[in-house]
Design a protein around this ligand. Structure first.
Ligand code: F6R
Ligand code: MG
Ligand code: MG
Length: 388
């Protein structure tokens, strides 16, 4: 029988700024799901990273199920009431609409769900990131499922050797494409290297996979809050579910993809590049410059409706080196202050004063070929050549 894993997350208020969640709010969300989830879901787990609360659920209702989305929505709503009472910062910030209309998509919370045919043992890892965007998953998901230097199973395990299928979304134009690795690997990289526009939504096995043909094996939240709201309302911090083992990346291959603290966009005011630091969830406060961006990972197994676990996968000294390197990169890049490439390019900043500054300076910019600009005559072409 098919089973659905649904992971739904939202920032409904934090303390003191966008730093961390409050225990009372997390407990409220947990109690709500516990009290109202009977007959809807078979099991669940509540966790948090930074200022985001995460609900991981198992059920039989398929993806986009009204009851499951409604349960998560109502749980976040009731948590918001507690956050409001405590005066937490940004209480209810990701709940963009007043009422639930059947599907949580486009309403603010991030959703990663996949319908699966469970194996005898069904191990999977839920990854969650704070202070970054969905495209931050492109690099590690690609490494797990397509890079033999990360996942030697692609080369030495018969069950992985034929590779995987990637569903990639163009989140600006709202279209998608399926591409196969390894044969279309360069095309995949050419898209997903541009991570603010092309994001990996899903990974599937090939039809010829010997153990799990044509199955969903990884899914990422791809909800761009700023596009949903039409204005900046908070970073679209992403999450992902990745199935592991037995013809899929081993747990250690799935984790290895995060051993290099690569640069992601987000961090302070959603407007800076910074290193992604892997952390045990108890270390997921966003204290330094509202970050640095962090990733947490919880390992589960699913059996007969039950989720066993989780194991806090980054709570391991083996990742101390990555954390130290991330801190060193943070020291290095922070010294650039408001300059690119620490600051994001204009079109990617979540906060910007540029339109206002340009408005203010409107009358003071002078065409270098005009009479007023005559002392610069001849310089305009040079200036243009300089930037070409
Ligand atoms: C980034 C983030 C924070 C806030 C920053 C300013 O995703 O959530 O870095 O952008 O703390 O927040 P406001 O403008 O609410 O004071
Ligand atoms: Mg926030
Ligand atoms: Mg957040």
């Amino acid at each position: 029988m098919k089973v659905t894993l649904s992971h739904i997350k939202a920032d409904i208020g934090s303390l003191p700024g966008h730093t961390t969640v409050h225990e009372d709010v997390v407990n409220q969300v947990r109690n709500h799901v516990k009290d109202h989830g009977k007959g809807i879901i078979s099991d669940f787990h509540i966790s948090s990273i930074g200022d985001d609360i995460q609900i991981t659920m198992a059920h039989n209702l398929g993806i986009n199920a009204k009851e499951v989305h409604g349960l998560a929505w109502d749980a976040f709503k009731s948590g918001t009431e507690v956050a409001k009472k405590l005066g937490l910062y940004g209480a209810g910030q990701d709940l963009l609409k007043d009422s639930f209309s059947g599907n949580i998509k486009g309403m603010g919370p991030g959703i990663a769900e996949m319908e699966i045919t469970p194996r005898k043992s069904e191990p999977f890892i839920v990854y969650m990131m704070d202070k970054t965007e969905p495209g931050a998953f492109n690099y590690p998901i690609f490494k797990m499922f397509a890079d033999p230097f990360n996942t030697p199973g692609l080369v030495i395990d018969n069950n992985m050797h034929e590779g995987f299928k990637f569903e990639i979304w163009d989140i600006i134009e709202g279209r998608n494409v399926y591409l196969n690795a390894p044969e279309e690997m360069y095309d995949i990289i050419s898209l997903i290297g541009s991570k603010s526009r092309y994001v990996i939504k899903r990974v599937l096995t090939r039809e010829t996979h010997q153990k799990l043909p044509d199955e969903n094996v990884a899914v990422v939240t791809t909800d761009k809050l700023s596009f949903i709201a039409g204005e900046y309302v908070g970073k679209d911090d992403p999450a992902a579910i990745v199935r592991i083992q037995s013809g899929l990346p081993a747990s250690g291959e799935a984790m290895e993809a995060f051993s290099h603290p690569y640069l992601v966009s987000g961090w302070m005011r959603g407007s800076f590049n910074g290193p992604l630091m892997p952390v045990g969830l108890k270390y997921s406060k966003m204290s330094r410059f509202d970050g640095p961006p962090k990733v947490g990972a919880l390992g589960f197994v699913y059996k007969d409706g039950k989720l066993t676990g989780p194991v806090d996968m980054f709570d391991d000294p083996a990742f101390d080196g990555a954390r130290k390197l991330a801190s060193d990169i943070a020291d290095y890049i922070r010294r650039m202050g408001p300059f690119e490439p620490h600051r994001l390019p204009d079109e990617e900043m979540e906060y910007t004063t540029l339109p206002k500054v340009m408005e203010k300076l409107k009358g003071r910019f002078v065409d270098m070929d005009s009479p007023q600009g005559s002392k610069n005559k001849g310089k305009k072409r040079e200036a243009i050549l300089d930037v070409e």
